[in-house]
Design a protein around this ligand. Sequence first.
Ligand SMILES: [Zn+2]
Length: 341
Amino acid sequence: MARPAVDVFGSGGVSLGSKIVCDGYADGCPVRVQTHVHDDHMGDFNKSKGQQDIFMSPETRELLIAERDADLEYRDNLIPIPRGGEYPLDDGSTLTLLPSGHMLGSSQVAIELPDGTRCGYSGDFGWPLDDVIQVDQLVVDSTYGSPRSIRRYSQSEAEDCLLEVVSKRLRYGSVHISAYRGTIERVLHVLAGNVNVPILASERLMREIKVYQDHGFAVGALDALDSEAGRFAIGERSYIRLYSKGDGFDKELIEGTSVKCSAFFTVGTDHPLMEFSSRSYSVALSNHADFEETLAFVEATGATTVVTDNTRNYGWELAVAINDRLAGVRAEPSTNSPVPS
Ligand SMILES: [Zn+2]
C-alpha cells in the first residue's frame, strides 16, 4: 500500500500533503496551520513566523497576540480564517477549520488537495463535537489513545466535584487552583457566582481571560493580585487564586489548599477527585477526549486511512485499537521521520 499523504514529523509537526504542515515548521512547506496555542503545539513558531504563511482561527490569533510580542499583531502572514468556511490556498488546495472543543480558538484542520484527496488533522479535541471534518486520510491526536484512558464520570460531575471541594476548603483559608489554558477559564466559569470570595489572577492570565470574554465566553469577574481588592483578600486569607502558564504554581503553600485540574486515569478510579492530603487535591477536569471518545471521533470523520500521532503519546496502542474496532479503517502510527530538508 502506498504511504499515506499525511504523517507526523519527529518534531511534532503534522504534514497534510507535501505543502502544508500543522503546528510545526518544515522546509518546503509554505503553509503552517496553527490548531491552538498550547506550548506542545507551538514548535518552531518563530521560524515559521519568518518564513511561512500561518493560518489560524481569529481567536487563536488574538490569544497569541495577548501572550506574545506585540509584533504579531502587525504581521500580514498570520492569517485569521473563520472556522466553517473554505479557504483557497495558492497551491490549489482548499483549507477548512472547524472548532475542536479543546479551548478558545482550537481547530480541527481539513485540506482538500489539488488531486481531490481530503486530508485532516484532529488537533487536540474534546468530545462530543457538533461538526466533524470529513476526510479520507486523518492524523489523530493520541494523547488518550491508551485503552486505559477511560473516564468513568462525566465532565459535569467533575465540575460539581471541583465546586464542592473548593467551597469546603475555603472555610480553612485560601484555595489555589492550577490548570492548563482553556481549562482554567472553565474553572472560572464553574466558580464565578458560586463562591463568595474574590478570585485572583496574574496580569497575564487576566489578559488571556479578556480574550475569552471578548468572544462571548461568560467567565465571571476577576481581581488582579496587586489590586486593592486583591491585596486585601490576600491579607485576609480569603480568596481563590488561579494559576496557568507562567504563573509559577507554588509547590509549597504556606497556607491554604492546592487543587490541580488535569485529566488523570487510574485503573479502578471511578471518581473525579483525588485527595493527597487535607490541603492537596486533584480534580479530573479536562478539555480532552478520552480513549472511547477518540475512537468515536475517528469514526465520525469517515477516514479510511488513519495515522496516529506517535510523537507525543500512545500512537501504537491507538493504531491497534482502531484496526481492531473500526471496520474498513486502516491505521498505523506516524513515522516520526526527520523534517524534510
Ligand atoms: Zn492542547
